[in-house]
Design a protein around this ligand. Structure first.
Ligand code: ADP
Ligand code: MG
Length: 345
């Protein structure tokens, strides 16, 4: 069978049985969430790993070494934020092709250390090996959280409001610009490309929401809202409705879509790598949570829809018409165009 017939998520389901074969007394959650959760000496430990491979996740022509160092750690910290935990320690393994110079690796590490320092995360080890052609980066991050305060994908309850921590689609729009598929002025391009190369993180929001006791489920938006809301609904046994008018869009994003004819709904709901958090919260406490987040971070929570019973995920349009949310998210095996396909059809 071809991997593309199965898809990335069915592949993970397929390899999951038989993985938990050791002592499980310290394991709270294994495969199936943004991070694993195990019992530590004080509270719970939250562990995540993400790999970034040249020509699949990035091309060296469209991201600087410094940005790549930042982003490699950022995508992992985002998974820790999505569990409501605090990141503590990181490990970095790299496979480096001969084309990369020491100075380029210095820049990569400078970007990673800049974020590590801002997030107070130690780099405690890793591994270094040569590679024939492509640069491969794998990061592991360990975080911690008080027991009872971890947010799982499975915690959504009927009636919860669905909130996101920032605008959607900017990263996908930035990628369109980087790949030369959308052309625009430097002014519009700059914030969108920055959203793609150096995504903002929501560690504080994740902690506030987890500590409040009013949050149900959480996930970070790495594969696009349509796909990631699907993960929450599937894990929680619920459905959802998203109000298309409430989905926050940035001004540069809206202007780019107007100028180029790109479909804002497809990009905002299907585009990956926004790394905003999506959290379900008790409706009665939404305003209180908004104030807590605004006071602590100066940023906003955007209410985009509601968790419902059933298993369908729907999109409500401005005229009240509701239809299935059938925007495809990112799947490493099913999505037809990877960066590689783009360059070398
Ligand atoms: P994210 O996009 O948040 O990083 P993924 O969709 O990559 O999440 O992973 C979902 C779950 O599947 C996580 O628990 C992850 O650890 C697990 N997982 C992904 N790939 C593998 C693999 N090859 N072997 C074992 N577990 C995996
Ligand atoms: Mg995730």
């Amino acid at each position: 069978m071809k991997l593309r017939e199965l898809g990335e998520f069915a592949f993970i389901d397929r390899i999951t049985p038989g993985c938990e074969v050791g002592d499980l007394s310290h394991v709270v959650r294994g495969i199936g969430d943004d991070a694993a959760v195990v019992k530590g000496p004080t509270g719970l430990m939250v562990i995540t790993t993400d790999m970034l491979l040249e020509r699949v996740h990035f091309t060296r022509a469209t991201i600087s070494d410094r940005q790549l160092g930042y982003k490699s750690l950022a995508v992992n910290l985002s998974d820790i934020a999505a569990m409501g935990a605090t990141p503590r320690d990181a490990f970095l393994s790299i496979a480096v092709p001969p084309s990369i110079s020491v100075e380029e690796l210095d820049d990569f590490y400078a970007g990673m250390k800049e974020l590590a320092s801002a997030a107070h995360v130690n780099l405690l080890g890793g591994d270094t090996t040569g590679s024939m052609d492509d640069l491969c980066i794998n990061v592991v991050v360990i975080g911690s959280a008080p027991a009872e305060q971890i947010l799982y994908r499975s915690g959504a309850r009927e009636g919860d409001r669905i909130v996101v921590t920032g605008t959607l689609g900017d990263s996908a729009a930035g990628l369109e610009i980087l790949l030369g598929r959308a052309r625009t002025s430097e002014d519009l391009a700059e914030p969108l490309v920055a959203a793609h190369c150096c995504p903002d993180l929501y560690l504080e929001e994740g902690r506030i929401l987890a500590a409040s006791g009013a949050a149900g489920a959480a996930i970070d938006l790495s594969d696009g809202l349509a796909s990631d809301l699907g993960h929450i609904c599937r894990a929680s046994g619920v459905g959802a409705v998203v109000d298309v008018e409430s989905v926050p869009l940035s001004t540069p994003f809206k202007r780019l879509c107007q100028e180029t004819g790109l479909d804002p709904v497809r990009l905002a709901l299907g585009g990956g790598e926004d790394y905003r958090l999506m959290v379900t919260v008790e409706p009665a406490r939404l305003n209180e949570l908004r104030s807590m987040v605004a006071d602590a971070t100066g940023r906003e929570l955007f209410d985009i829809g509601e968790i419902r019973s059933g298993n369908s995920i729907e999109l409500r349009h401005s005229d009240g018409f509701t239809g299935p949310l059938d925007v495809a998210g990112w799947d490493h095996f099913k999505t037809p165009k990877t960066v590689v396909d783009e360059e070398d059809p």
